[in-house]
Design a protein around this ligand. Structure first.
Ligand code: DP6
Length: 359
């Protein structure tokens, strides 16, 4: 097996790799972790399309002596960004023991998102998956170790997970499951696996209109939120519940049973926020407008019978998910009744996508 060390007598020609990788929206939520980025329960997400990160990784032989750190310049939307650089550097340094070539090269990362940075949309999933994919392309180019497409995706998913848990699911088209579950053969806590082929085609034509209730930075980060699960009195029953819901959700997604699907998805979102409220210290990330939207979606569904459902990540924004055949009705409902709850009337329109692309 290659030890992933470059032969210093034969310097690498400078080069670059570019990946575009999307965000994803969890339906069964990852909330609580242990060890090195391992989940307490399996999670399932839809891979999005319009919310993505583009990452360009430039590499050249390192000219400065190894000082124990990866050598990195970092630009976000063409600007140097010290906060992001520090985070990425910490991640690359943590990978260096198993990928020693990272310390033998000098890197410049140029990255940017398709959505406004301040839109309150989680960017760690798209950003960390794009970077993980760049690293795998580079490893394969230098050592030829990831020629097999499944091996490539699996390693990309592992690296993405180490950067941010939810990012490991963005590697795959349509839908992915992360975390060992009896309901998906081959599933693992170490990486996500694609489940697009297991589910009804209706879910490949699903939309996710993200209603931006607030662009403000979250008062409690996901990292801190996961940590608070450790002292949460409901943690164990919650993990058991998530494991059971995974089975029920997959069943509904296989058969295309939208009503059961929607009930589980909404229960998951509300459970996530209930867990925050009963953490110690407790906190709330939903805003009054988030709740107003939820109430209106329920009423709209009762009035029209349209299969429109809500979910939320660890923030105040509400994701409206629905099949493409009712898009005209739903967009009118959003314009007429929900835009008033969105900051600057902003909605990020997204849909289920084909996964990352090398550029
Ligand atoms: C609520 O993946 O952002 O969106 O692993 O600490 O980076 P870290 O956490 P992160 O947590 C996401 C939590 C969630 C649910 C989900 O995406 O499954």
């Amino acid at each position: 097996m290659s030890r992933l060390i470059l032969d210093s007598s034969n310097p690498v020609a400078p080069g670059q790799v570019i990946w575009r990788s999307p965000s994803n929206i969890a339906l069964v939520k990852y909330w609580g972790k242990h060890g090195i980025q391992l989940p307490r329960n399996p999670s399932l997400s839809l891979t999005l399309a319009a919310s993505f990160t583009d990452t360009l990784l430039e590499y050249a032989p390192r000219e400065t002596p190894d000082d124990g750190q990866v050598e990195l310049d970092f630009f976000f939307h063409e600007q140097e960004n010290e906060a992001f650089r520090t985070k990425i550097l910490e991640f690359l340094n943590s990978l260096a023991p198993t990928m020693p070539f990272l310390k033998q090269l000098k890197f410049t990362i140029r990255t940017g998102n398709s959505f406004p940075h301040s839109a309150g949309i989680a960017s760690s999933a798209s950003a960390m998956s794009a970077l993980a994919l760049c690293l795998c392309s580079l490893e394969d180019r230098l050592f030829g170790t990831l020629r097999d497409a499944d091996a490539f995706d699996q390693k990309a998913s592992v690296l993405a997970r180490l950067g941010s848990g939810s990012a490991c699911r963005s590697i795959f088209p349509h839908a992915a499951v992360w975390g060992a579950t009896q309901f998906v053969p081959g599933s693992s806590d170490d990486f996500a696996v694609p489940v697009g082929d297991l589910i009804n085609p209706v879910f490949k034509d699903f939309h996710d209109d993200i209603l931006i209730v607030s662009r403000e930075e979250k008062s409690v980060s996901s990292r801190a939120g996961h940590a608070l699960m450790d002292g949460n009195p409901y943690a164990e029953p919650r993990y058991a519940q998530a494991r059971a819901r995974m089975g029920a959700l997959l069943e509904a997604m296989k058969s295309g049973d939208l009503a059961t699907f929607g009930k589980i998805v909404e229960d998951e979102a509300l459970t996530l926020h209930a867990l925050m409220m009963c953490s110690n210290p407790s906190y709330t990330l939903m805003r009054p407008d988030s709740l107003a939207i939820i109430e209106k979606v329920r009423q709209y569904r009762a009035d029209t019978g349209n299969p429109v459902y809500f979910t939320l990540d660890a923030g105040p924004n509400v994701h409206l998910i629905y099949p493409g055949d009712i898009i005209t009705d739903v967009r009118k409902f959003i314009d007429d009744h929900l835009l008033e709850h969105c900051e600057d009337n902003y909605v990020q329109q997204d849909w289920v996508g084909e996964g990352p692309e090398e550029k």
